[in-house]
Design a protein around this ligand. Structure first.
Ligand code: UDP
Length: 142
């Protein structure tokens, strides 16, 4: 185990439910620290670039449409084993398979509108954090 950083996005459907506080509470209670946070309404270009790896897949257009349907909260999180820990708290991508008590089990509306994003590996975490926070993130000593 080591201290890692990961990129979290609270997606438009969860923002619309006023669930930002409830979701951040889960991160903080699990020991994840917020190093940066930015509320933004993504453009189609931004969403397509962020999800470029999924370009050409059947769900791509629906995903870009959803991610640009309202504001999101992008955050850089830090903690021991943060990437896997965040994904555990999030639950499975398909909310129908998400374990009870996970964010997606509690706040997702569909496979696409699944409430949160979390980086899946150290290299993507670094790229994704730089995508939203090119100026860098805070260092927290306490
Ligand atoms: N997605 C979808 N249909 C699918 C697969 C994915 O709508 O069949 C959406 C869903 O919002 C998911 C995002 O595309 O969170 C990115 O998919 P990925 O496989 O990277 O899952 P994640 O890393 O978000 O769990």
């Amino acid at each position: 185990m080591s201290v890692q950083q990961t990129l979290s996005i609270i997606k438009p459907n969860a923002v619309a439910k006023n669930a930002i506080g409830a979701i951040c509470d889960r991160f903080e209670k699990a020991g994840l620290r917020i190093l940066a946070a930015r509320m933004l309404h993504m453009s189609r270009e931004q969403a397509a670039a962020f999800y470029a790896v999924h370009q050409g897949k059947p769900f791509f257009d629906e995903l870009v449409g959803f991610m640009t349907s309202g504001p999101v909260l992008a955050m850089a999180l830090e903690g021991e084993d943060a990437i896997a820990l965040n994904r555990e708290i999030m639950g499975a991508t398909n909310p129908a398979q998400a374990a009870p008590g996970t964010i997606r089990a509690d706040f997702a509306d569909s496979f696409t509108e699944n409430a949160v994003h979390g980086s899946d590996a150290p290299d993507t975490a670094a790229t994704e954090i730089a995508f939203f926070f090119p100026e860098g993130v805070c260092v927290r000593t306490r």
